[in-house]
Design a protein around this ligand. Structure first.
Ligand SMILES: *Cc1c(COP(=O)(O)O)cnc(C)c1O
Length: 219
């Protein structure tokens, strides 16, 4: 049951925050609802959740018309964004976690819609992953800051998947150091299996799907 799972996740967040001597209020739980229906999002909203993460612009654009009465909900794009979807994304999302290219910044700015922006940083050498290389972060920060409608707040990363959450720790620590260096306050990191480690390393947004909603059926 969702309410039970939500309590368990909140408990995990509270414990990890206590261990790290952090205020749990500084950690925002983003409920990742990709592949689930608008009905489930509404159910989660009624239980008090306000932040929702989706991976695909097209998929969420289909759910959004039935959710636009949830005026204090915040919808986060946590999946890769193609520039031809920037306009649609600006219409349905309020936070973009995956900006990784100056051209995309321009496309988003061109929409005129105020957006919170995080840069996705690629900290592992894996080929297929999106994200900006750490050495290109300063350049991308400057590119985003030219645009007054884009409010740059932080960095996001996805470590290579591993069952062992401890293997995520060096990536999370590295993201925290990078954000600190650039005076960015938000860190989007940690998922169902490694949220404790992420919180210990400073996460302010944790993105949790499976632990709340159960396994996603394969598309
Ligand atoms: C799907 C997804 C999540 C949630 O993953 P779970 O393991 O189900 O918690 C978090 N972040 C991103 C970028 C995702 O694509």
């Amino acid at each position: 049951m969702l309410i039970k799972r939500l309590e368990q996740v909140q408990e995990r967040i509270a414990k990890a925050a206590a261990k790290a001597k952090r205020d749990p209020e500084t950690v925002t739980l983003i409920a990742v609802t990709k592949k689930f229906t608008q009905g489930l999002i509404r159910e989660a909203y009624l239980l008090g959740l306000r932040d929702f993460g989706e991976n695909y612009v097209q998929e969420f654009a289909q759910k959004y018309p039935e959710l636009d009465d949830l005026i204090d909900a915040r919808f986060h794009l946590i999946g890769n964004l193609q520039s031809n979807k920037a306009k649609k994304a600006s219409e349905v999302f309020s936070v973009i976690h995956t900006l990784d290219d100056p051209k995309l910044a321009r496309r988003l700015a061109d929409t005129g819609v105020p957006l919170e922006i995080l840069l996705e940083v690629k900290l592992s050498g894996e080929e297929a992953k999106s994200g900006v290389a750490p050495e290109d972060v300063p350049f991308l920060i400057d590119a985003v800051r030219q645009f007054p409608t884009l409010k740059l707040t932080g960095l996001m990363t996805m470590p290579p998947w591993s069952e062992d959450a401890e293997l995520s720790r060096p990536y999370f620590a590295r993201l925290r150091e990078l954000a600190y260096k650039h005076r960015l306050g938000k860190l989007s990191m940690g998922m169902s299996h490694d949220l404790e480690v992420a919180i210990e390393e400073g996460a302010t947004y944790v993105r949790v799907g499976t632990a709340l909603f159960g396994p996603r059926t394969k598309a």
